[in-house]
Design a protein around this ligand. Structure first.
Ligand SMILES: NC(=O)C1=CN([C@@H]2O[C@H](COP(=O)(O)OP(=O)(O)OC[C@H]3O[C@@H](n4cnc5c(N)ncnc54)[C@H](OP(=O)(O)O)[C@@H]3O)[C@@H](O)[C@H]2O)[C@@H](O)CC1
Ligand SMILES: [K+]
Length: 486
């Protein structure tokens, strides 16, 4: 499990150590300098290479300056570009004493400073850290915009990319994309949330031995999947492993039902009862799927998966609603989302993409557009969980899961190739399988996101793939997971 924290929590945990005289900044700077040295070494040389340091007014800038001091002493040509009048005095003095060059943005101007920075082998972003309020401003924002336009820079972010909110991953204004973020004391939640994660690159962690509180966000790893993924015991039979009821598809969208069913079967559901249009029941179903009784109430199942491909079909919509109101664990996706009652219980999971989440919030009196959700995903997913009472899985390159109790997970094992029609239906199937097997909604949602991403990577192999291919790859992902386990 990877745990991540708010900036405030990390700062609070630093306080007692700082009061006891522990030089945390020296440890942070040492970690940052080592990351830079490693990058320089792997790209050819340390001695005589050049590093530009972008320096802000606070302790984030101080970390970068102290790292610059260490780099200068190793023979690196360092240039600090001071973004503001204010700078951490002792760090600045140490940097200068080690022979670093200083450039003031206000004197040198944006264009000149940008071309100077762009000539460096590596750039360290020490403009803003956990003390930031909002994004980069004024000439510093112009400098970063100019650097983004030049492009191709090798940037290492100090603690977090400046302009990314440490707690939420929200991005304000312009942000330099890093190849690596060296983060101190605790991984900041914003580094594992969209859109911030997209700017962070690889995350390196410098341990400061802090006593941290409960995590603000958790990300499952391979061990968590192995520990929690349901596996049949010797005495299990097809009913005891959990029966999934599926309400999916319509005459207009038969494929979505197919993909959701494939996803659920691939993820290990032993018994599926399907409710849908006669045309689909008559021959278009995978042979393993059992046609269910026509009403929701007449089917004995442990969980429901409703909504994929449901469109303009009153009978299917009635079934979706009955399933949502059944009190059983239920995953409501796609066509079921507009049918969601005002409040539901915590056994309900909804799986919107950004546009669907915006529509859901707008229907509930919070006018929202897709771009709002994309800019601050966590905030909007959290609001939806609070308003509906459901666990929310927000789809995207980084998937965010928020439970109505406020638990937050994020997963990003996937590949951009996963953005393909039907991919979400397969995800719904995987998640439905876990709910039917009795896994609690937030954990089920995070595990489904993880396995869906891994299956996408396997199916893609670096190239295009189909949604069916994702479902076909799921058993292989699980086989590799269980390898060596009895
Ligand atoms: N304490 C320690 O020993 C350790 C600290 N650590 C490091 O410290 C970092 C946190 O340091 P920090 O609290 O100084 O915050 P940071 O973000 O550097 O600067 C805040 C300054 O910027 C200003 N400002 C705010 N928003 C702004 C904006 N949008 N645009 C422009 N300016 C803005 C704000 O101004 P003010 O609020 O005073 O007006 C304030 O002066 C943390 O990320 C980690 O790197 C680690 O080394 C571990 C040990
Ligand atoms: K930074």
């Amino acid at each position: 499990m990877i745990s991540a924290y708010t900036g405030t929590a990390v700062q609070a945990a630093e306080k007692p150590l700082l009061e006891a005289g522990v030089d945390l900044m020296a440890r942070a700077a040492y970690g940052l300098a080592n990351a830079v040295l490693w990058r320089l070494r792997t790209s050819g040389r340390v001695y005589g290479s050049s590093v530009a340091l972008l320096i802000g007014p606070g302790n984030n800038g101080a970390d970068a300056l102290y790292a610059g001091e260490l780099l200068s002493r190793r023979g690196v040509r360092t240039t600090a570009v001071l973004g503001s009048e204010r700078v951490h005095g002792p760090a600045f003095a140490a940097f200068q004493a080690a022979g670093g060059t200083v450039v003031r943005l206000a004197e040198r101007g944006v264009r000149d400073s940008a071309s100077l920075v762009a000539q460096a082998d590596l750039v360290v972003d020490g403009l803003l850290g956990t003390g930031a309020r909002g994004g980069l401003r004024d000439a510093v924002a112009d400098l970063v915009a100019a650097l983004c336009e030049i492009g191709g820079l090798q940037v290492i972010a100090c603690d977090l990319p400046s302009g990314v909110n440490a707690d939420t991953g929200e991005v304000s204004g312009v942000v330099l994309s890093a190849i690596e973020t060296v983060t101190f004391g605790g991984i900041k939640a914003g580094l594992l949330l969209p859109p911030g994660e997209g700017f962070a690159g690889d995350i390196s962690y410098v341990d400061l031995d802090l006593s941290l509180p409960a995590a603000a966000l958790e990300r499952l790893d391979q061990d968590d999947l192995l520990r929690h993924w349901p596996r049949p015991g010797r005495s299990d039979h097809k009913y005891s492993r959990g029966v999934l009821g599926v309400v999916a598809g319509s005459t207009a969208y038969p494929g979505a039902a197919q993909l959701a069913l494939h996803g659920a079967l691939a993820a290990g559901t032993a018994m599926i009862r399907y409710l849908g249009p006669a045309t689909l029941r008559a021959g278009g179903l995978p042979p393993e799927v059992v046609p269910g009784a026509s009403t929701v109430a007449a089917n004995r199942v442990q969980a429901w998966l409703v909504g994929p491909g449901v469109s303009d079909d009153a009978e299917q919509e009635r079934r979706c609603l009955d399933a949502i109101n059944s009190g059983l664990p239920v995953l409501a996706d796609a066509g079921a989302l507009p049918l969601l009652p005002e409040r539901v219980g915590p056994q309900v999971v909804i799986t919107p993409h950004a546009g669907e989440l915006a529509a859901l919030l707008s229907r509930r009196g919070h006018p929202t557009v897709r771009a709002d959700v994309e800019r601050s995903a966590l905030e909007h997913a959290r609001l939806a969980a609070q308003l509906t009472g459901a666990t929310v899985l927000l789809k995207g390159a980084t998937i965010v899961v928020v439970s109505p109790q406020g638990e937050v997970h994020s997963q990003s094992e996937g590949t951009p190739w996963l953005a393909t029609a039907g991919s979400g239906d397969v995800l719904a199937g995987i998640l439905g399988a876990l709910l039917a097997a009795g896994v609690a909604p937030p954990l089920a949602a995070a595990m489904a996101a993880s396995v869906h991403g891994r299956a996408g990577v396997l199916a893609s192999g670096g190239g295009p793939m189909t949604a069916s291919g994702i479902a076909e790859a799921v058993p292989q992902v699980l086989r590799e997971l269980f390898e060596g386990i009895d």
